[in-house]
Design a protein around this ligand. Sequence first.
Ligand code: KIV
Length: 257
Amino acid sequence: MKKIKEIIKKKNKSKIICLTAYSKNIAEEVDKHVDIVLVGDSLGSVLYNYPTTKKVTLTEMINHSKSVRLGVKKSLMVVDMPFKTYATNKIALKNAKKIMKETKCDAIKLEGGKKIIKQIKLLIKNKIPVLGHLGLLPQSMKGKFKSKGKTSREIKQLMSDALLLQNTGVFAIVLECVKTPIAKQITKNLKIPTIGIGSSVYCDGQVLVTDDLIGLNHTKIKFVKKFLNVKKYINIGLRKFASDVKSKKYPSKKYSY
Ligand code: KIV
């Protein structure tokens, strides 16, 4: 709870940094730079080439999260509940408890507002901290990435869902692909922080998929900025290894028993 309180306190003071991790070694590095490490179900497309996140299973999420747990020391660790694992109150509580127990994460994230509010209420009642997710919802998405908050109906829905989530007790809300003025207004309306992804600088924090920003995963999504081309460095090392093996420079005596 202490970490969650610290994150909420950051609103209007300093930006909240959130990045994904799917395994221990990346989690260890991510943990040094963020407030929240998210085991996102984006791992379905990033690691397994699934066409959507709908194919991601609870077992996959739990296994990756167990590995991430080994690398996260200081940040808040949040795990995505995959598609259909929170379809009813009973299913949601059973699966959320399983995720919390087996991964030892600090909180979970569910996609949606009013439609899943009963499940969120029940989890919070059972002392399971919840991170909300509004705007573009990959688990319900059909077709391409489209921004949200374009029509007055969408705007009304987003505004009321954000307030409903806050009043139900989520500690922050991810806003994905929400139009700038709407993300700005929601952020202003709420006491809890918003964490944007493709939703403008006006959000209280930002989240990205780590593999995208370091250039390990190739994607053409508008909000992804490639901050590093890590593949270039990986290839330097791998090329050197192959060349040293071929020239018998490796393994020298130093590296042999
Ligand atoms: O699955 C994921 O990684 C996410 C973030 C990108 C917000 O939900």
